[in-house]
Design a protein around this ligand. Structure first.
Ligand code: ADP
Ligand code: 5GP
Length: 222
């Protein structure tokens, strides 16, 4: 594809959807890949908007027909990015944003090494737990067991953070949005005056802010 492919991963509840929604109001020319999933819609989610909701049978048929750029099983459900999402963005002349889990991100990094990967992490496990609980209260859906599972999974996912080019801590929302914007614009070569913001998120030179957040998860960055 001609545009840039941005891969965004984050432990569930880190605030990735909130960040991406804000980013898309600030930065033009970003297409968002709507994934396929076998999980049930949550809250006000609509088919074709947040996800293409589908059955396991249909999803497995798509795997067999090699219709996915990547797919993975997350929390017991299938999730996948259709190859057609790349084609769609290319036709629109836009960059493409993939919101996918760590397993899917590794597949895309291998297949398309030019993709720009960004990891979003919460400031601490405590805050992540609070956000997961707030969200589940708002949606009146998620059980205690699901929250526990997501917290454990977060620690597992964070171990892969150094495979990503950038990482940012979603503490103060406006700051995290500004960092995402800086990364996107700098990768487009349009980041005059904001390179320092994007550079501060590089994982090859862990910032004190990132180190502090990783420490709370007992992950010790070099
Ligand atoms: P994700 O998409 O990563 O699962 P969400 O965007 O649904 O996460 O956010 C989880 C919860 O945290 C939501 O209730 C959201 O409003 C809240 N949230 C997101 N970012 C922040 C932030 N920077 N500060 C405080 N709360 C936040
Ligand atoms: P949720 O069910 O909370 O929307 O998403 C659960 C997890 O699945 C998140 O980590 C999200 O990034 C991931 N996910 C969403 N779509 C895809 C996809 O197409 N591929 C992969 N590999 N993961 C996805």
């Amino acid at each position: 594809m001609a545009g840039i492919l941005f891969i965004i991963s984050a432990p569930s509840g880190s605030g990735k959807s909130t960040l991406v929604t804000q980013l898309r109001t600030l930065v033009e020319g970003l297409d968002f890949s709507v994934s396929y999933t076998t999980r049930a819609p949550r809250g006000s989610e609509e088919d074709g908007r947040e996800y293409h909701f589908t059955t396991r049978e249909r999803f497995e048929a798509m795997i067999a027909a090699e219709e996915f750029l990547e797919w993975a099983e997350v929390f017991g459900n299938y999730y996948g990015t259709a190859l057609s999402a790349l084609e769609h963005a290319r036709r629109l002349g836009k960059d493409l944003l993939l919101d996918i889990d760590v397993q899917g991100a590794m597949q895309v990094m291998q297949k398309l090494p030019a993709a720009v990967s960004i990891f979003i992490l919460p400031p601490s496990p405590k805050i992540l737990e609070m956000r997961l609980r707030n969200r589940s209260e708002a949606e009146k859906m998620t059980s205690e067991a699901v929250i526990e599972k997501r917290l454990a999974e977060a620690e597992h996912e964070l171990k892969q953070i150094r495979s990503y080019k950038y990482a940012l801590v979603n503490d103060v929302l406006d700051q995290a949005v500004a960092e995402m914007r800086a990364i996107v614009l700098c990768e487009r070569g349009l980041g005059d005056g904001i390179q320092a913001i994007a550079s501060s998120c590089r994982t090859d030179a862990v910032s004190p802010r990132l180190r502090e957040a990783l420490d709370t998860f007992h992950i010790h960055a070099r």
